[in-house]
Design a protein around this ligand. Structure first.
Ligand code: NDP
Length: 362
């Protein structure tokens, strides 16, 4: 391999304007580095925010490869000088290993150790610390390998770290049909937890209800019913003497406030998304009389602040659930590896993910 193809940006803005197709020489293998070949990389909402400059992690713009080697992308004035490679999630295969490298070997399937590595490229070179092996990766599909590190890990940590799970516990979540929400439903079921799943009402709600039930959702309710007396007594009858201490908030705004009212005393509401783009209002009674507490979760920060061993343990658990068909592939569509298709897909990423997760196949 001598050439890398990548989708890069060297300023922030609308993806269609700032993204560039760029090829450069793959840095030569040294004693302390490895070469990896990317196999599949998704386009996530955060990737788009990052290109727009609206994400807290901003990969530095660096000279990629040998400066003499830069592609001109439509004229000399258009040269990419220093840039960041787009994308944060993906799976790659180790294809060459320096003599002094331990812990990685040829053929290993790896994900990125940290957010911001740049996964929309054909090859990468770097120290082994940049990468992390997915244990038993090939026992699950390529799509599962490529999408394991963001959504399933988010669901796993939120179900485990805030309220130590006990069999029969209930969890309530909004945005339940999101990719994270679907992982929550399945992991919860595998761990013996029950889920109350809030989704936005829609004309084909029965179809969605069936889809989520097939994944293992215990109950599905719509956000417009959340405040009603009937729903309150229904949920009460479902939960009975079990605990409902954990709420997972993908949406924010009214949906989150209404959902938090269902938590038992001393419950915790964990916010991980803000799809409604409306702030969360907290009634004083929830704080004073019920002692509900409010947290945020960010999987990038988790990976940064925990050891590779801890992450590996989680990855192994998730792979096991996937291999046992307890955690399925997200809905996805393939994105071809060419400039037009990738740019279009990233633009689509701003408009919504109707057809499922878009995944670049190299
Ligand atoms: P998906 O694209 O799979 O799902 C998006 C969800 O948001 C759907 O359930 C959709 O429901 C809902 N939604 C969209 N617009 C609105 C709205 N205006 N009001 C209410 N609900 C809405 O996304 P992901 O699962 O990949 O991500 C979900 C969120 O979680 C994103 O904000 C993402 O950035 C965040 N996230 C955060 C992580 C963290 O570490 N904090 C990690 C992973 C994801 P509908 O069908 O009704 O449109």
């Amino acid at each position: 391999v001598d050439k890398v193809e990548a989708v890069v940006y060297s300023s922030y803005g609308a993806p269609s304007q700032v993204l560039k197709w760029h090829s450069y020489g793959l840095p030569a293998l040294t004693r302390d580095t490895v070469h990896v070949k990317f196999l599949a990389s998704p386009i996530n909402p955060a990737d788009v925010n990052q290109i727009q400059g609206a994400y807290p992690i901003k990969p530095p713009f660096v000279a990629l490869g040998n400066e003499d080697n830069f592609s001109t992308d439509g004229g000399d004035n258009d040269k990419v000088v220093k840039a960041a490679v787009g994308g944060n999630e993906g799976v790659a295969e180790v294809i060459a290993v320096g003599d002094a490298v331990s812990g990685l070997k040829k053929g290993d399937r790896v994900i990125m150790a940290k957010t911001g590595h740049g996964t929309w490229r054909t090859y990468a070179a770097g120290p082994p610390e940049d990468f992390q092996v997915v244990p038993n990766a090939t026992s699950v599909s390529l799509i599962q390998q490529a999408t394991i590190s963001v959504n399933p890990c988010t669901a796993y940590r939120m179900l485990k770290d805030f309220i130590p799970p006990q069999q029969g516990d209930y969890v309530i979540q909004n945005g339940a049909n999101s990719a994270v929400g679907q992982a929550v439903i399945q992991i919860a079921k595998a761990w013996g937890l029950k889920t109350i799943n809030v989704v936005r009402n829609r004309p084909d709600i029965e179809e969605l209800r069936q889809e989520l039930t097939a994944l293992g959702a215990t109950h599905v309710i719509t956000d417009d019913q959340l405040g009603s007396f009937e729903t309150k007594s229904l949920v009460k009858s479902w939960v009975g003497k079990n605990r409902l201490l954990l709420g997972l908030n993908c949406v924010g705004g009214k949906s989150a406030t209404e959902m938090a009212r269902y938590l038992s005393a001393n419950g915790k509401l964990v916010t991980y998304g803000a799809m409604a783009r409306a702030p969360l209002t907290l009634p004083a009674s929830m704080l004073i009389f019920k002692n509900i507490s409010f947290y945020g979760f960010w999987v990038s920060k988790w990976a940064e602040t925990h050891s590779k061993e801890e992450r590996s343990e989680m990855l192994a658990d998730l792979v096991q659930l996937m291999a046992a068909k307890q955690l399925k592939e997200p809905r996805w569509t393939a994105v071809e590896w060419n400039e037009k298709a990738v740019k279009e897909a990233v633009e689509n990423g701003i408009q919504g993910y109707g057809k499922g997760k878009q995944i670049v196949l190299f």
